[in-house]
Design a protein around this ligand. Structure first.
Ligand SMILES: C[S@@+](CC[C@H](N)C(=O)[O-])C[C@H]1O[C@@H](n2cnc3c(N)ncnc32)[C@H](O)[C@@H]1O
Length: 322
């Protein structure tokens, strides 16, 4: 069934629990608990059994400037030179009002599958972009999820995004006097983008069956474990402050999340030995986090070049991954 199954260790020890629907199989060792699937998650999620996953943590593509399934550094560089709607604007800065509509339609399909594979009461944690999070939350709600909360991943390492108009004026085919006048009128104003310091995480929940207690006793989902999910030495709150990771040289992925952040979410929302799925696993951060926390991870990634990075990251032992 899984032609594209790519084990990072030896083939015999690859876990197929969710796929074969034996979710309570205990872990053999913390080293054989990851399943990597290469392909489109909309196809591959269909292969995962109904009600077999305890948690989904994911960081989907937002479709920013075509940053969909084909995104990688080379493709983005090409687009950079083509420029955006406003000539010369770097990739990521163009604004397309249709983007949210397209993203919502795509994410509804993903969310539909998430609803099917999750146990009742289980959580669907979705990273988003502030200006698109309403679309993603709506997609989740439209497919039956209850939107329970929104967390902020807070970081400080980021670049200013506001874009000055001055260089457009300087390049105008007008007299110096006219240009100086326009620059004076603009007064150094920029596009409305402050330096970003947070990313929203939408907290969706599949409706539970009966009371919290009944649902927990039957599925071991729907309640959180704050005792074992400390972050920066304290109880987690809705603002999770973790610095952006410094990537390994071999990791060319553009949007690597901090392992410590994903570990905290996994510890909060699941239990040791449970199955955690990431349908957009990128460079494999979620799989690293599931391994570090003793969960069974299933990661799906469409882009073949990232599979090597995942294998490398999971193969590196005692590496300083923050
Ligand atoms: C935002 S990145 C995830 C990064 C990840 N959190 C990490 O730390 O490395 C989203 C990933 O989804 C992948 N992707 C896009 N469309 C996909 C699809 N239909 N199925 C599976 N993966 C897809 C992209 O190639 C990209 O690597």
């Amino acid at each position: 069934m899984y032609k594209d199954l790519i084990p990072y260790k030896d083939v015999d020890s690859v876990t197929l629990t969710a796929i074969n629907k034996v979710p309570d199989r205990p872990l053999k060792s913390p080293d054989d608990d990851s399943t990597i699937l290469q392909g489109d998650c909309l196809d591959l999620m269909l292969e995962i059994a109904d009600q077999s996953v305890h948690l989904i943590v994911t960081d989907p593509p937002y479709g920013l400037d075509g940053m969909g399934s084909d995104w990688n550094a080379a493709a983005l560089d090409k687009r950079k030179s083509k420029a955006g709607v406003v000539g010369g604007l770097p990739t990521g800065m163009k604004f397309d009002p249709k983007q949210g509509v397209v993203l919502q339609a795509f994410f509804e399909k993903v969310s539909d599958q998430a609803m099917r594979v999750l146990y009742p009461g289980a959580f669907f944690l979705v990273f988003s972009a502030p200006r698109l999070s309403h679309r993603m939350a709506t997609a989740m709600e439209n497919t039956g999820f209850e939107i329970r909360d929104m967390y902020a991943w807070h970081y400080t390492r980021s670049q200013a995004k506001a874009f000055s108009m001055d260089h457009f004026v300087v390049r105008m085919k007008s007299s110096e006097r006219v240009k100086t006048n326009i620059l004076r009128k603009l007064g150094g104003r920029k596009t409305a983008q402050l330096r970003p310091q947070f990313e929203p995480i939408i907290v969706g929940q599949k409706p539970k069956e009966g009371t919290h207690i009944n649902n927990w006793l039957q599925y071991e989902t729907g309640l959180i474990d704050t005792k074992n999910a400390q972050i920066n030495g304290g109880m987690p709150s809705t603002v999770l402050a973790v610095e952006k990771p410094i990537k390994d040289k071999y990791n060319s992925h553009l949007t690597v999340k901090p392992v410590a952040l994903i570990e905290t979410l996994i510890k909060l929302f699941s239990k040791k030995g449970q199955i955690v799925l990431d349908p957009f696993v990128g460079s494999g951060t979620t799989l690293l986090a599931t391994r570090n926390t003793g969960r069974q991870g299933i990661g799906i990634e469409i882009n073949k070049e990232y599979i090597d990075i995942i294998n490398q990251r999971l193969g590196v032992r005692n590496h300083d991954q923050t």
